[in-house]
Design a binder for this molecule. Structure first.
Ligand SMILES: Cc1cc2nc3c(=O)[nH]c(=O)nc-3n(C[C@H](O)[C@H](O)[C@H](O)COP(=O)(O)O)c2cc1C
Length: 243
């Protein structure tokens, strides 16, 4: 349809990179593009930490679940929801921030996700590839310690970027008629069956026949066990309460 849509529809996560570094100029362009995203109330409630320290990279790779690409990628950045800057604007204006509201948590988390997706698309448009790393939330306290992340800031996910050294098959997405509902919400059981078949074929192809899986099996396996239950206390400690 056009180049932007072609680029978006060509996305796949990249976890294997060439050694070639990403230039500083490119990093700046990517972060500028990230910053151009829409932002709730113009708050721009995020910061991005570029991690070059090798020891920290190694530790983060391990705590993220031994994700070797975190250590090996030419560029690794951590996207943080950041309300500290908002707190500073209040101090600057001699006001006290009314902190700890769930709404502020949502605002900062959505803001950083929008900026990060802009970064990913910008990077892909420059011939790079990458992958988000939610695994850093396995041990967010350690990530904060390593990266000196203060209260009112929390690391949401990392992102590995670099020149791709693989071209994995694209993961098939849910069909539009499952996502897009006309006028009101309705369930989509029948379409999920079809999608399971599509995903099953994808896993068979990608694994040369060795992986038997369906989408509902994969997601239900994940959704039927507690999901990082430490996050509630961690967020509270960081000043992201639930008021
Ligand atoms: C917030 C977020 C966190 C993610 N965390 C990880 C991660 O820790 N490790 C990883 O290998 N992929 C991670 N991914 C990538 C997803 O697994 C991937 O986007 C999804 O399976 C779809 O595949 P695709 O991006 O190749 O289309 C993450 C994606 C998002 C959006």
């Amino acid at each position: 349809m056009n180049q932007v849509i072609d680029l978006l529809k060509n996305h796949r996560s990249i976890r294997k990179f060439k050694k070639e570094p990403v230039s500083d100029e490119m990093v700046l362009t990517i972060i500028e593009a990230a910053g151009a995203a829409s932002t709730s109330n113009f708050i721009q409630a995020y910061s991005v930490i570029r991690v070059t320290n090798k020891k920290n990279r190694k530790q983060i790779a391990e705590l993220a679940g031994s994700q070797t690409w975190v250590e090996a990628s030419p560029l690794f950045i951590v996207f943080c929801a950041d309300l500290k800057r908002s707190e500073n604007t209040c101090l600057f204006e001699n006001k006290e921030m009314a902190s700890g509201f769930t709404e502020q948590f949502i605002i900062a988390t959505v803001d950083v996700a929008l900026a990060a997706q802009n970064a990913m698309i910008a990077a892909e448009s420059l011939g790079l590839g990458g992958v988000f790393i939610g695994g850093i939330r396995n041990d967010p306290e350690k990530v904060c310690e390593l990266l000196k992340i203060p209260n009112h800031v929390y690391p949401v996910f990392g992102m590995c970027l670099g020149y791709p050294d693989e071209k994995p098959e694209q993961k098939p997405r849910l069909p539009v008629n499952v996502i897009l509902k006309g006028d009101h919400y309705h369930e989509d059981q029948t379409d999920l069956k079809k999608y399971n078949k599509t995903c099953s074929e994808y896993y068979q192809n990608r694994s040369s026949g060795s992986r038997e899986d369906t989408w509902t099996r994969q997601i239900s396996d994940m959704m039927s066990v507690p999901a990082r239950p430490h996050m509630k206390e961690f967020l509270k400690e960081k000043g992201f309460g639930v008021k």
